[in-house]
Design a protein around this ligand. Structure first.
Ligand SMILES: [Zn+2]
Length: 604
């Protein structure tokens, strides 16, 4: 068996997909909201029997390999290696791909770098300034350990020399983002020295940013002392690090997030650490208010609800609003905690840990928050005030994906403004039409709205065949109702022909046994048939027979009509050339075929 097939036989696609998306049983299949396009009614289907998936909205389809390639951004080789690891399948024929090797190397470099930075923070004389700083901020030593904090000392070649001694080349260390090429940088350093590299992080507290498994992907670093440099800097993008797809603290918080089915989202590293010190275990940082779809996807693996404890004024922050839309569309409930008089969660936790906990438990739904915030700033009694509140809140309400939730806030807003709810509902639906007309890409709801209006069409032939493969045994009677040429589509015709042929010699009717012999070029088509959702009522045999015979009958009629159209065509040609013999033959044929249309007896 080739390793791909061996892996596929050892891993369950339903389980793999289920670790990314909530799957619901739907007939013989499982369904979910498609991760590859925005939608609010699930058209993403997964078949356990076929180990295949297909989205009937955007057309994405494939197996466990293509699924992981798309979800994780891996290439085939990486996916193969990862799945081989998970299933214990040995890959003899080739070693790791260059991409995988490089990633492994960077992880190794980061591991050593973290050790170096931690050593400076904990034990080295140069780390005293950082130790004093952290203790001064109330960050306990146990937290330094928990988060793997470190300190990058002053100097231009500390980490460089250290990793060089460990056997890494400068380009490798630079790829990991820890050193910077002088050539690529400013004139100042070019003037200072010719060529070579220097440490990226200097005089900074080091926060390792890890994935859920605890592997360090990159760093965030906070400046200590006075300087014109930015207070916080991050690792640049590397083959394993992308600022937009990580959540600081996820490795520590993920268990608690799963248990509580809720995450507390803050902006910065110190917010996370202080909250953890106050006993709030499900806290992570998005590193800024602008949540990305990757971060939302990561979060949605762990919970269905998020409390935002941001220092920024959410009502006025466009980036935050966009992130909230992303969360909403991922079906994550968003609440907002008020920080009161405190600057940020870090300060709040240090001054009043119990108070912060209380603020979390009193968090309000984001839409209530938006409405309340608008009312506070505008006079809801005056016409102008109403207009301003509407202008601010209606676009937000319009973007709520769930119909019920949207209706609830339309009701609330109309009460607050003392207006008929029909008026508000009208304004919202007008806004929705505008949004969906004007934003063909980017905003997920827009795509999905235009796609949802055109429900994906499944052809009658495909529907018939999907019904045909529903029972566990092949029905010979149904098989004899149609000939391969009755199908218009190539795949359908080939499938029917193959099934008919194999049934002639086969001793068993068992679909499972027969489909094991399915030729490769038909496998994709059969996947497609299995993934078409059939009304569960048709698992009742009598209803199934009624339905499939009805559809077979209608396909037969369609086929006869196509044949008749063909004959008429030829007849017209014969008439134009005056070929009497041909005309007579065709006319006879026409009569004979149209007889069938009256009673399309399939067994004839
Ligand atoms: Zn899709």
């Amino acid at each position: 068996m080739d390793p791909k097939d061996e892996i596929k036989s050892k891993i369950d696609l339903v389980e793999v997909v289920g670790s990314y998306l909530p799957l619901k049983k739907s007939g013989r299949n499982f369904s979910a909201l498609c991760p590859f396009h925005g939608e609010k009614t699930p058209s993403f289907m997964v078949s356990a029997e076929r180990q295949a998936y297909k989205c009937f909205g955007c057309g994405e389809s494939g197996d466990v390999f293509t699924f992981l390639e798309k979800m994780e951004g891996w290439d085939f080789r990486e996916t193969l290696e990862e799945l081989a690891k998970r299933t214990g399948v040995r890959l003899k024929s080739f070693g790791s791909s260059p991409a995988t090797k490089l990633k492994e190397k960077i992880i190794q470099i980061n591991k050593l770098a973290s050790k170096f930075y931690s050593y400076i923070l904990f034990d080295h004389a140069q780390g005293k300034v950082a130790r004093d700083y952290l203790l001064g901020r109330g960050i306990k030593k146990s937290s330094w350990e928990k988060f793997g904090l470190g300190y990058a000392p002053a100097g231009w070649e500390n980490i460089l020399k250290f990793l060089e001694k460990k056997g890494f080349t400068h380009p490798e260390i630079a790829t990991a983002g820890l050193i910077v090429s002088r050539q690529s940088n400013s004139a100042r350093s070019q003037a200072a020295m010719q060529g070579g590299y220097y440490d990226r992080f200097r005089k900074r507290i080091i926060f390792p940013i890890k994935d859920a498994k605890g592997q360090t992907l990159g760093y965030s670093a906070r400046l200590i002392g006075e300087s014109k440099e930015a207070k916080y800097i991050n690792s640049p993008g590397t083959p394993i690090f992308n600022k937009g797809s990580v959540l600081f603290g996820i490795d520590i918080a993920r268990g608690a997030i799963r248990d509580k089915n809720q995450a507390v989202l803050v902006e910065g590293e110190f917010d996370v650490i202080s909250a953890q010190q106050s006993g709030i275990e499900n806290v992570i940082a998005s590193k800024g208010t602008a949540l990305t779809d990757k971060q939302v996807a990561l979060l949605s693996r762990y919970c269905e609800s998020v409390i935002l404890a941001f220092d920024t004024d959410l009502a006025g922050d466009l980036a935050a609003r966009r992130g909230i839309e992303l969360l909403d569309h991922a079906d994550i409930t968003v609440n907002v905690a008020s920080l009161g008089k405190y600057q940020d969660p870090d300060q709040f936790c240090r001054k009043d840990p119990a108070g912060f906990n209380k603020a979390l438990s009193q968090s309000v739904n984001i839409y209530d928050f938006f409405i309340d915030s608008a009312i506070r700033r505008h006079d809801s009694e005056t016409a102008l005030g109403k207009k301003n509140i509407g202008r601010e809140v209606i676009p937000t309400i319009s973007k709520i994906a769930d119909d019920m939730v949207r209706a609830h806030y339309i009701e609330k807003l109309s009460k607050v403004l003392n207006l008929e709810s029909v008026l508000v509902a009208d304004a919202v639906s007008k806004k929705r039409n505008d949004l969906f007309a004007k934003e063909p890409q980017g905003f997920p709801a827009a795509n999905q709205a235009s796609q949802n209006t055109k429900k994906p069409q499944i052809s009658k032939e495909d529907y018939f065949l999907a019904l045909f493969v529903l029972p566990k045994e092949i029905e010979k009677k149904i098989l004899s109702m149609l000939a391969p040429e009755d199908f218009e589509k190539d795949d359908a015709r080939k499938f029917w022909e193959w099934t008919r042929d194999i049934m002639k010699t086969s001793k068993t009717n068992s679909q499972e046994t027969l489909f094991k012999k399915l030729p490769r070029d038909l496998a994709g088509f059969v996947d497609h048939l299995f993934l078409i959702n059939i009304n569960p009522a048709f698992s009742e045999r009598e209803l199934w027979v009624l339905e499939i015979v009805k559809i077979a009958d209608s396909l037969k009629r369609m086929s006869i009509k196509r044949k008749l159209a063909d004959i008429s065509n030829n007849l017209r040609k014969a008439q134009s050339t005056g070929d009497q013999a041909q005309i007579a033959t065709l006319a006879k044929k026409f009569d004979k075929v149209s007889e069938k249309l009256k009673s399309p007896n399939p067994n004839e």
